[in-house]
Design a protein around this ligand. Structure first.
Ligand code: IPD
Ligand code: CA
Ligand code: CA
Length: 260
């Protein structure tokens, strides 16, 4: 396990270095489902690199990646890596920063390890099941904040068309009005890492995919925080979910806001 964790950390760093290098030259940007859903040739290149490295070291493992580079049926694999080569592609394109690499390993659907690497800040967040969460070598422990008016929250849910359709926009608006401050980073994995290290007290988002939170779940839980679905049900790491992540002190009041 220690070997695999070291490998995953080095892999995330190397993938991050590749994307940083590629920022120095022009790259292709194309739309996926809409003008706000971008993909670049760098996303694909980095995913291919990560997939090849994983298979070179662990040929018996499956891989679920956003760009679909590994095309085999995942149901026959006990151990599956869940990867987002560039989380925050819009930031990558527009800002050349505020993006990250996210890599997680799940064994029989249980999270084993997760790493999130921000190449611009050279920050590696890592967590191993039962062994804690770390930023570099520093152990992360989330301090509880009990009052929303002392909490810094990240969410764009109150702007979300789908939230309006299902009547969640008002609850989200109440929540962000009650908190101390609001931030919108546009990089789900990094926002979960920031909850784990206390830079954010909560992160709430609709319709994320497994690669957006597979590593973040481990980080937040191992740092002692809360992460779950807005519906109150547990997260299936292989299915899309709308999620709430926060310190333990806020979990009750945030979940209540969305239920009532
Ligand atoms: C996106 C980012 C964004 C979140 C979107 C994700 P991508 O991932 O994490 O913050 O709001 O739902 O799709 O496409 O940049 O990897
Ligand atoms: Ca993503
Ligand atoms: Ca991505």
């Amino acid at each position: 396990m220690e070997k695999m964790a070291r490998f995953a950390g080095e892999l995330a760093k190397e993938a991050g270095r590749i994307s940083l290098e590629r920022l120095k030259k022009p790259f292709d940007v194309t739309y996926k489902s809409s003008y706000s859903d971008l993909v670049t040739d760098v996303d694909k290149e980095v995913e291919k690199f990560v997939v090849n490295e994983i298979l070179a070291h662990y040929p018996e493992h499956g891989i679920l990646g956003e760009e679909g580079t590994f095309e085999k049926d995942l149901s026959k694999y006990e151990t599956v890596w869940i990867i987002d080569p560039i989380d925050g592609t819009t930031n990558f394109v527009h800002q050349k920063q505020n993006y990250c690499v996210s890599i997680a390993v799940y064994h029989r659907k249980e999270g084993v390890l997760g790493v999130i690497y921000d190449p611009v800040r050279d920050e590696l967040f890592s967590a191993r099941k039962g062994d804690g969460a770390f930023l570099g070598k520093a152990r992360l422990t989330i301090e509880p904040v009990y009052n929303l008016n002392e909490a810094l929250v990240a969410s764009s849910i109150f702007l979300n068309r789908r939230a309006k359709e299902i009547g969640l926009d008002k609850a989200a608006e109440r929540l962000v009005r009650a908190c101390r401050g609001l931030r919108i980073f546009g990089c789900a994995a990094l926002e979960l890492a920031y909850v784990a290290c206390g830079r954010l007290d909560a992160y709430i988002s609709l319709n994320l995919n497994p690669w957006d939170y597979a590593a973040g779940i481990l980080l937040v839980e191992e740092a002692g925080g809360f992460i779950g679905r807005l519906s109150g049900k547990p997260i299936d790491p292989f299915m899309p979910s709308s999620i709430v992540s926060c310190n333990q002190g806020l979990a009750g009041s945030i979940m209540e806001t969305f239920r009532g």
